[in-house]
Design a protein around this ligand. Sequence first.
Ligand code: GLA
Length: 379
Amino acid sequence: MRRSAMLLVSLALGLCVQTASAKVTESDFGKTKAGVEVKKFELTNKNGMKVRLSSRGAALIGVDVPDRDGKVADVVFGFDDVAGYESDANDYFGCTTGRYANRIAKAKFTLDGKEYKLAANNGVNHLHGGKTESLDKVVWTGVPFEKDGVSGVKFSYTSPDGQEGYPGKQDMTVTFTLNDKNELKIDYSAKSDKPTVINLTNHAYFNLGGAGSPTINDHVLKLNADNYTPVDDTLITTGEKAPVEGTPLDFRTPTAIGKRVDELTKTSALGYDHNFVINRGDAGEGELVEAAKLVDPKSGRTLTVITDQPGIQFYGGNFLKGNKGKGGKTYGHRSACCLETQVFPDSPNKQGLEGWTDCVLRPGDEYKHSCIYAFGVEK
Ligand code: GLA
């Protein structure tokens, strides 16, 4: 057989094998108010697990996973259409968050001697990349792929120099990959043409009983963290690290979220909304470590969060107001939680602080971040 013919045959065989175990489809999700087309992607693995993604905000908009009896439910918050995502009811549901996720004190920072002003969209502070053109609100370009038994979508977006006040033209990709072990991997990468600050994450809200179930307080959480980063009354990190020992933040032994949450109701976080310092042991840069495990004892569904990042924000849905989401379901106070892998909050204002994280991205360097949301069941 001629080499080109052989190549065609092996390519065709390859595609058959791949589509049997991993599939991705692309469809129109609608248009933004500004008339920009939004695409929706659906990944399916050989177990029938499905992941849905939207190009607006490079967002995770659906995850269908079975419970211990094989009953499938969608476990992440979202909306049925683009208008829902553009409405006030959207509290960063499933989005790629940035250019700097979490808070930046007084909405400003200084880099190489120059001060940069950002939008104060959370009291006096800056939150999740800004007001109108943060990464959750822009439309990314998504390219679906199927290869080596996995399926995925690679989203890309170039944030112009000065967008939302951040310096540098920043080229970014966020790649979602679903494998046959029910693991959804998210790989972030970014480059900038000027020194800048960066902290990307995903802001999915999970309820393993099915999104719209009334509470997250019955879920059992384990956090691989001996320390957390305390905050002031505007939720800005103080620059300290404090032990979780003896506090309601000690999740080193799996504990129901609701067991001690009321001890935190009167704090400015209104409940769980803390960044934890992941115990990384001897793991080097880029090495993946288990940061968290969430279990829903009722359904048996589990979610393990594995990352190469130094921190994880555990947010217990304290600001949810009971708005309606997918299928008219109500997303109430503390009915889901986010487990957001990232650098420590307010790193732009803590440059050089011993033991703190680096968030500066310089031309020629590449920002990289990986996070795996691994789904399973317990009997
Ligand atoms: C993050 C923050 C919370 C809150 C939510 C969005 O997870 O930690 O304080 O701002 O986003 O409502």
